[in-house]
Structure formats: C-alpha cells, structure tokens
Design a protein around this ligand. Structure first.
Ligand code: GTP
Ligand code: ZN
Length: 301
C-alpha cells in the first residue's frame, strides 16, 4: 500500500470520520489519527491510504479563515475557507437583530464578506423588515431581496452573480426559507446528503451536520449548509475589540477622549454622542452593550 500523501477537501465530518473529496471529484471516507478531529468542512487536508480505512487524515493545510459556533457550554469551529456568508432573514417570522449582528461580527472577525438576504418579500411584513434593515444598509451592508417561494426564478437570478465562483455559507433561523433556498439551487441536495450519511453511518445526525454542496458541474461554486446552527461563537473576540467589528461604530473609533474607552460610560465618548444624536440606532447600541458584557465576562482566548 502506498503511503503517498494527497490533498483533499473536507465536504462533511462526523466525529473523527470525514468525507474527503479528491481533485477529480470522487470522494472517500477518512479517519483522523488518534482522538483528534480538528478538521472542519471546507478544510484542505493531507490524507494517505491506510490498510484499515479508505484514508487517514495526516494534517490540515493552512486555512484562510475559520468560523465558530457556540452554545452555553462550548465553542467549536465548524467551517473554514469560505468566501462569503449569506445571512438569511425573512419578512416573517420577525428576525432577531441581535442574531443578525452576531453573524456580521463573526464574519468581520473571520475576514469573510457577509451579505444580508431578506426573503418572503411577497408578505405584508416586508415593509417593516426593510425598515429594520435600514440601519444596516446605511452602515454599508448589502441587502438582497428574495421571494424564494413566490418568485423562485427571479430569486435565483438575484443570487446567481453572488454565488458564482465562491464558497458561500448560508445561515438563517428556522422558518426563514433556508431549505427552500437549498432545494431551489441544489435539486439533488437530499440525495447528496443521503449518500454521505450512509458513508459516515451518521443518518441520525443528518440534520445537524455541516455539509458542502457543489452548485455547478465544474465545482467552482459551493453552498455550505449548517443545519441546526444556533449561534455564532464570538468568544475569540475581546470586549475591547468588539466596537471595531461593528460597521457603524468603526468610523468613530480613535476619537474618544480616552484611548481605551469602552464606549459605555466614559465622558468624551464619541460613540455615546452618536447614540444621543441618532447616528447609531438605540437597538444597535443595546446589542453592543449586551455583547460587551458577554465578552468581558468570558475569558479571551
Ligand atoms: N410567503 C413566502 N413563504 C415562503 C417563502 N420562502 C419560503 N416560504 C415558506 O416558509 C416556510 C419555511 O420555509 P423553509 O424553507 O422550510 O424554512 P427553513 O428556514 O428551512 O426552516 P426550517 O425547515 O424550520 O429550518 C415554508 O412554509 C415555506 O414554504 C417566500 O418567499 N414567501
Ligand atoms: Zn468611546
């Protein structure tokens, strides 16, 4: 058996078991050595043939970027080497501005372009949703509008130029239309997942495992779905860094009276002035304050 080392792309992982795609598009099951399972979907890994498994992962290639998810107890990386984040919100159910902000902060911290996608613009709630997104447009975030169910073809046309030649992670809370979007763009998505679940023997976990889908036969454009995703991990950001990750706060930084201003109570704070004058919206400031406290009370790593 040859011990030659190859490079492959992780398209799915479950514990120490991974599905790795070769250059030619064929896939094989790989195991990591020891107890380690550091690889995530989107990673390029070095793998070699092994006598017991189809392949063994020997190591990771350097990453361009890495995203984390978190719950009450722990933070875990879940996707790497992305070009873009699409944050799906809908006219109904009403979206959480706090979740949206977390997603934008996580993307900024990882150096990944993020776009907001407003779905269900055919519903009466669309006007109110647009209004809530107004501050985000003003601070420079692009907002795409879709109606995935009512106008599938038009929605596809809006998305197409953004998806071309990129690896895009799509995230959205339950009920926003993420399944509708994936089924529209990847008609054989279910089949792809089924095949891989058999390979990984992970049927039961199908609904919570990050998955890499190709959108085109040439395998240049990819969509990454992370079902069951709850919350971005942002504990890697220190409280002092938070304001610099928020597009409406950023232009004001460095102008407060104190260089280490936390923008919470200090005199001569330009951020607090901007909140007073309405340049920064009250809801954005409330979210900043909550996140600041969260980050300040957790150890920075
Ligand atoms: N009116 C309207 N309804 C839509 C649109 N897109 C999706 N829906 C509906 O919204 C509901 C939720 O869509 P899904 O695609 O299942 O949403 P999801 O985000 O995957 O939600 P989960 O399956 O709970 O994770 C479904 O009843 C869809 O038919 C749209 O553009 N307009
Ligand atoms: Zn300040």
């Amino acid at each position: 058996m040859s011990s030659e080392v190859h490079i492959g792309l992780v398209v799915r992982g479950h514990g120490r078991h991974y599905v790795v795609e070769r250059e030619d598009g064929t896939r094989l099951n790989c195991l990591t050595r020891g107890k380690k399972s550091e690889a995530v979907v989107g990673d390029r890994v070095r793998w070699a043939r092994s006598s017991e498994h189809e392949g063994v992962i020997e190591g990771l290639q350097p990453r361009r970027n890495l995203l984390y998810r978190q719950d009450e107890w722990k933070t875990k990386s879940f996707a790497a080497n992305l070009d873009q984040l699409l944050i799906l919100v809908a006219a109904d159910p009403v979206f959480s501005e706090s979740q949206l902000t977390r997603a934008l902060i996580a993307a900024d911290s990882a150096g990944i372009d993020a776009r907001i996608v407003l779905n269900k613009t055919d519903l009466p709630g669309a006007a109110a949703a647009r209004q809530r997104l107004e501050p985000y447009r003003d601070m420079g975030h692009e907002v795409l509008e879709l109606s995935l169910k009512a106008q599938p073809q038009a929605s596809r046309d809006v998305l197409q130029p953004y998806l071309q030649d990129r690896a895009t992670l799509v995230l959205g809370p339950s009920g926003t239309g993420k399944s509708t979007l994936i089924n529209l763009l990847i008609p054989d998505a279910q089949a792809q997942v089924g095949e891989i679940s058999v390979a990984l023997n992970s049927g039961r976990h199908t609904t919570t495992t990050t998955q890499w889908y190709w959108l085109d036969a040439a395998r240049r454009s990819a969509l990454i779905d992370s079902p069951g995703f709850q919350e971005f991990g942002i504990r890697q950001i220190g409280a002092a860094e938070l304001a610099s990750r928020m597009a409406d706060f950023r232009p004001l930084l460095g102008q407060c009276r104190f260089a280490n201003c936390s923008h919470r109570h200090e005199p001569g704070c330009r951020v607090l002035d901007a909140v007073q004058s309405g340049v920064i919206s009250a809801s954005r400031y409330r979210i900043y304050d909550e996140l600041w406290q969260e980050l300040n009370s957790t150890p920075h790593w």
